[in-house]
Design a protein around this ligand. Sequence first.
Ligand code: GLC
Length: 566
Amino acid sequence: MTWWKEAVFYQIYPRSFNDSDGDGVGDIQGIVEKVDYIDGLGVDAVWLNPVYESPQVDYGYDVSDYQAIHDEYGTMEDWEELLDALHDRDIRLVMDLVANHTSDEHTWFLRSRDSDEEYEDYYIWREGEETEGEEGVEHVPPNNWESAFGGSAWKYDAGRGEHYLHLFHEKQPDLNWSNPDVRDEVVEVVDWWLEKGVDGFRMDVINLLSKPDDLPDGSPESDWVGSEHFVDGPKIHEYVGELHERAFEPHDAVTVAEMPDLTPDEAERYTDDGVDIVIPFEHMELDRGDAVDWYTTDVDLVELKQVFSRWQEADCWTCLYWSNHDQPRAVSRFGDEEYRVESAKMLATVSFTLRGTPFVYQGEEIGMTNPGFESFDEIRDTGTLERAKTAMADIGIKGFENVRDIVNYWTRDNARTPMQWNSDEGAGFSEEEPWIKLNSDYENVNVEAAREDDGSVLSYYRELVDARHENPVLVYGDYELLLEDHPEVYVYERSLSEGGDEEDAESDRMLVMVNFFDGEPRFSLPDSYDGTLDEVVVSSYGVADEADASTEFELRPYEARVYRVR
Ligand code: GLC
């Protein structure tokens, strides 16, 4: 039994949380002002997206100094104040560790580029071929790997006369983890923060650290060309295990590992390396289509249930989430804006009643939605701009209007619009023009309004947090899927035996049922449930206690209920 299994995490994207100094950008003092709000949610830990010094090309995932605070966000003293304010309220703080790459403005990279002896192997440099093109000499990249944001993963540097690898933006060069000095540096950084009192780290794309020395071409058909070589690469378990042993274990720090393309089998291996919580992607990628039609909105619930069930049974501990700073708003994607409140509650019910640790992304607790972007000028995420540009060039289309729906469906900016605190101009986020546009629904959808309404998404999250804290069965219980082929409802049981295996062992059981769509599906539970449903623990439509409910049910649009089972 461990605190991080029983905890609820709250994720803060500092740029968009609360602006305390009126520059339109969120900051650390802004978070300090809202610590009581966070405490009021009942959460146990905060995961803070990167606040380190950074040129902000990828909003902090391009770190130029791991031991300094980005000036738009404040100072190290502000950060210390935040840590104390959280700790005073028994809330732990988990920072983001971006160790696969740095900014190209980090001194390590500047020296590496200059072939400084000490730093020349800190990054992945290779010579490429040169050919004679129409515009003179062209530098052919060393292999066909692609950046996650589109285009080649290599950039030629004229100064050094070599290409460097960047699996993300060209201003995010990949560190060379096969160099032991690089590993020492990262251990030092982690240790430094843990000494300052941080409780753990969320590790950014941590399964991409190891690249094969010979850098072979990837299959051109792959969604991310080269990924079969750099996802879970040859020495990855050595590196992750070493980090755990040298950096995290001595401080008993929690680790939350973000790992694209993760499978349950690999997750078990990372767990053996010492990773505490894994972040799976599978349930977030079911709606991924081909290049033109990147995503479709229809989720196949039967398939989604299979995915969740596979992860529920794997020997690892997962992060339970529908949203974060990289994903569109969950209500707009998996729920339904017309049933905003109902679908937000339904999704939350699933996150809080599966086995794993629920992560709430800022704004999710008030049911925030995608804002609707009208032009590329409104887009702030470089990842979106790069991917859209590359894909449009490949397909030969131009103009935002031709990609409006697709971009609006998946852009990461959906999650990054300012937190909506009240109905004032600026939504209480800032008194100045915010760095990214506000969702126009803020007059109705905001914290102040939600606080005054017992039926709000916010009130329901409070109930779920309490239910989670009061019922160990929701944390540690076994999971069993019922009605696996039902296309509209997700029904499962959680059960926990107390008192060991003896015959008289008491078993705590809960039954979760949610309607994933806007219909009114009917279904019946197996006969063994006849007369066993006791009290209603949580109910999104506020149903009365139906202790004698039969085994026949009909749920309203997006309805969610959790029963105690006798
Ligand atoms: C992770 C982050 C994302 C970032 C990328 C590169 O996926 O969550 O925001 O762009 O890594 O660091």
